[in-house]
Write a protein that binds this ligand. Structure first.
Ligand SMILES: C[S@@+](CC[C@H](N)C(=O)[O-])C[C@H]1O[C@@H](n2cnc3c(N)ncnc32)[C@H](O)[C@@H]1O
Length: 220
């Protein structure tokens, strides 16, 4: 019963589970909300990641495949698996990334154990973790840990640890009116502490948009 209630609660509160309209127009919405800078911004973010030869990447909440394409453009990817709950997202990603033969998109729930053990050099998640209650963020982090090879990196792109009360009005509007209620709580969460509790070490953090967005890289 308790499990059912928290499942319902996270469904109500989370906005990372998109409705069909949002899923279909996700890329366009990102471009509009970012005033057209989303593609160049995400490319700049990915430039901070160190890639080696023959990378294998698992992407938790892979969306329309935007980051899959970026990874394939910037590095030699041997294997890429994107997992997403939304069939519409999976279909868009398959279409967008069809020229990358290794790219595979699976419909699945990243809160449930994934069928991969020590297979990937990198686990990635972008603007997904903030949309879950802490208990579920830990489950996703544990999934990333299990899927990574020893020495593999878990790369999280999401909101930074910042006080929304003192944020400029447009950030306040974004976080408090457009984002899910869990986003502000995520911004108060000690991400490194959570990562450490699962077993990750050796953290590198890059900050964007005055720290409101961060790229956190942790090592297994
Ligand atoms: C805000 S979008 C981010 C998409 C992509 N990571 C990006 O940055 O372009 C969140 C994504 O998480 C997916 N998602 C939400 N809940 C999920 C779950 N429980 N399991 C897998 N994917 C989920 C949504 O379908 C959506 O594609």
């Amino acid at each position: 019963m308790g499990g059912r209630i928290s499942e319902l609660q996270s469904k109500i509160e989370s906005k990372v589970e998109l409705n069909p309209f949002e899923a279909k127009h996700y890329d366009l919405m990102m471009n509009i909300f970012s005033l057209g800078i989303y593609p160049s911004f995400t490319s700049r973010v990915i430039d901070r990641i160190e890639f080696f030869d023959k990378e294998s990447i698992i992407d938790f909440g892979s969306g329309t495949g935007h980051f899959s394409c970026l990874f394939h453009k910037k590095a030699r990817i041997e294997k890429y698996v994107g997992i997403d709950l939304s069939e519409i997202m999976v279909k868009q990603a398959e279409k967008k990334c069809k020229k990358y033969g290794d790219a595979k998109f699976i419909r699945g729930d990243i809160r449930k154990p994934v069928p991969f053990k020590e297979e990937f050099t990198k686990a990635f998640t972008s603007f997904v973790l903030h949309g879950f209650v802490q208990e579920e963020r830990i489950k996703i982090t544990q999934n990333a840990y299990n899927a990574l090879k020893k020495g593999g990196k878990f790369i999280i792109l999401d909101y930074g640890e910042k006080d929304v009360d003192s944020a400029p009005f447009y950030i306040k509007f974004l976080i408090r009116k457009l984002e899910c209620p869990l986003a502000e709580e995520f911004m108060k969460t000690d991400l490194k502490k959570m990562l450490k509790s699962v077993g990750f070490t050796d953290f590198t953090e890059y900050s964007f948009v005055n720290g409101y967005i961060r790229l956190e890289i942790a090592t297994k």
